[in-house]
Design a protein around this ligand. Structure first.
Ligand SMILES: Nc1ncnc2c1ncn2[C@@H]1O[C@H](COP(=O)(O)OP(=O)(O)OP(=O)(O)O)[C@@H](O)[C@H]1O
Ligand code: SF4
Ligand SMILES: [Mg+2]
Length: 325
């Protein structure tokens, strides 16, 4: 299988300093927040890569960088072999960008309330001068709605139906990659599984590749072929789905899995793992997870672990070989 997306050493730093004058009076330095820290992964074509982590771990920031909405501070995103932020041939970058779509958490906020559904769905294609005859009607049927819905407005639909409209719009430009950022988190539990199943079916039918972002492990387990776990902007573990869920090696992944609702379906809020997420402006030294880690040793406080291969897993933990004992 070929690699569709390669994320290399991706880093994004936000300047969250107070204004210059306040800093001068309060004698404060600039405050820099590293939201994404040297993240490295690849997504194979026609597969689903699940990215999990607690709130603030950098999931959405990575998603935005990959779709071209936010430049990285360092590192690169290659899609179809084109470096999205360094390629100088604009035509190549445009071609790649038109192969990428994004679906967001809040389906209402991303639909223009004054437009009919037909215009919403066809707009990305019409903007590029493409033929949109019968397009909205066909796509609506493909996402389980009715062709007649094309003449309605977003407020006439439920949350799940609106997310279906967002999916139809994303499909309109025949993308290869869809970045899905918590696409079902805002939906009722009963609707979540339906929308996820639809997304899986469409992935097969259209040969799509998904970057699937979620804080919900149950959802990721349902959708993803491969899973990456983020903690404080760093990729701490990555493995194929079954390996990760059956034999997690990183103590943080183990904590997440223990806190996740067991096989009883979607939408149940998991009890968050113990301990507070540290301040990302002043992250802990050494392994950033050490203040919460139940098996930390002295070395962990000073020596940041590199992501390395252990069996079929890539993991950033000094004690990965023995963490399951
Ligand atoms: N535009 C911004 N300016 C400053 N800080 C930002 C900005 N965007 C994100 N951050 C910070 O970067 C970190 C990562 O944020 P991000 O939204 O990527 O996390 P997330 O994993 O998507 O979280 P959530 O699950 O809550 O959506 C957070 O600490 C956040 O406060
Ligand atoms: S490196 Fe140390 S602190 Fe970090 S996860 Fe492994 S054992 Fe825990
Ligand atoms: Mg987010």
């Amino acid at each position: 299988m070929s690699i569709l997306v390669a994320v290399r050493n991706l880093t994004r730093i936000f300047d969250v300093s107070k204004p210059w004058l306040n800093r001068l009076i309060e004698r404060r330095d600039k405050a820099l927040l590293t939201a994404v820290n040297k993240v490295d992964f690849e997504i194979e074509e026609r597969t689903v890569y699940g990215l999990v982590g607690e709130s603030g771990s950098g999931k959405s920031t990575i998603g935005k960088i990959i779709v071209g909405l936010l430049p990285p501070s360092a590192g690169a995103v290659e899609i179809e072999g084109v470096d999205l932020y360094r390629e100088e041939d604009d035509a190549k970058v445009d071609a790649v960008r038109s192969d990428i779509q994004m679906i967001f958490q809040d389906p209402y906020a991303s639909l223009n309330p004054r437009w009919k559904v037909a215009s919403i769905i066809t707009e990305p294609v019409a903007a590029r001068g493409g033929d949109t005859t019968d397009m909205a009607e066909k796509l609506l049927e493909q996402v389980g709605l009715s062709a007649r819905d094309a003449g309605k407005y977003p407020h006439e639909f439920s949350g799940g139906q609106r997310q279906r409209i967002c999916i139809a719009r994303a499909l309109a430009s025949e993308p290869r990659l869809i970045v899905c950022d918590e696409p079902t988190s805002a939906l009722d539990v009963s609707v979540q599984a339906q929308v996820l199943n639809l997304m899986s079916d469409l992935q097969d039918e259209f040969g799509l590749t998904y970057l699937f972002i979620s804080h919900d492990l149950t959802v990721v387990r349902h959708m993803a072929d491969k899973v990456g776990v983020l903690y404080l902007g760093q990729l701490v573990e990555e493995a194929d789905r079954d390996t990760l869920f059956d034999a997690p090696l990183h103590p943080y992944t183990q904590m997440l899995l223990e806190a996740a609702p067991k096989l009883d379906g979607f939408g149940r809020e998991a009890t968050p793992p113990e301990g507070e997420i540290p301040d990302p402006i002043n992250p802990p030294s050494g392994c950033v997870f050490h203040p919460r880690c139940p098996i930390a040793v002295e070395r962990c406080k000073v020596d940041p672990p590199e992501l390395r291969g252990v069996g079929k897993t890539r993991v950033a933990c000094h004690l990965a070989e023995t963490s399951r004992d």
